[in-house]
Design a protein around this ligand. Structure first.
Ligand SMILES: Cc1cc2nc3c(=O)[nH]c(=O)nc-3n(C[C@H](O)[C@H](O)[C@H](O)COP(=O)(O)O)c2cc1C
Length: 186
């Protein structure tokens, strides 16, 4: 079983990446094969609405998304992890998500998206304790998952964590991430 982790934070070894690494470790503890994409290290243009994808399901922009599409479609499970930036996912991650309009076109317009329904999880971390902190990002990730044939089955949402690495002081978050990764592949 293959699990793809998408790391949406620009802060390397920050809270998001530490959580995602634990989740992927949990998946590996169940013999899953894992791969991590660090979105900030890639060259991913935002969507320009050229709408070439409506013709054949492929984006006309040539950049690092060329390698990401097959990974998104070829994996058995996916974990998206993001810091909360202004009540949203990071811009880097949102660019990747928006470029999946090409897969959305295959599913809903061309009706030729030939991938099974896979399992997906969302991990998010934000600094404040706002009640609605995760509402926008959850909707975004749910709709993203739906477009690429992924079922939103797990989430880990952590409030009140701001400084780099502060997540290590959280009483349960890293262990919870490990367990999430385990459950995702059972
Ligand atoms: C541009 C920016 C916007 C942010 N917006 C929010 C926000 O709206 N709500 C919040 O609770 N935290 C916000 N934060 C704080 C981050 O979510 C928090 O520091 C998080 O732990 C960073 O995770 P990381 O170490 O993985 O990057 C923001 C941080 C940045 C840099």
């Amino acid at each position: 079983m293959k699990v793809l982790g998408i790391m949406g934070s620009p802060r390397i070894k920050g809270n998001t990446e530490l959580l995602l690494d634990e989740a992927l470790q949990g998946a590996r503890s169940q013999q899953a094969e894992t791969e991590k994409i660090v979105v900030d290290k890639l060259r991913i243009s935002p969507c320009h609405e050229y709408y070439g994808c409506l013709r054949d399901g492929n984006c006309v922009i040539r950049d690092d998304m060329d390698d990401i599409y097959p990974k998104l479609l070829g994996t058995d499970a996916i974990i998206v992890a993001s810091p909360i930036f202004f009540y949203a996912v990071s811009a880097q991650l949102k660019a990747l998500i928006d470029r999946c309009q090409a897969i959305w076109a295959r599913k809903y317009v061309l009706k030729n998206l030939d991938v099974p329904l896979r399992k997906g999880a969302f991990i998010a971390v934000g600094a404040t304790k706002g009640e609605k902190l995760f509402e926008g990002p959850i909707l975004t990730v749910r709709y993203f998952f739906k477009a690429i044939n992924v079922d939103y089955v797990e989430e880990l949402l952590i409030r009140g964590i701001d400084q780099k690495g502060e997540i290590k002081e959280h009483p349960t978050a890293l262990a919870d991430a490990f367990e999430l990764g385990k459950r995702l592949v059972l």
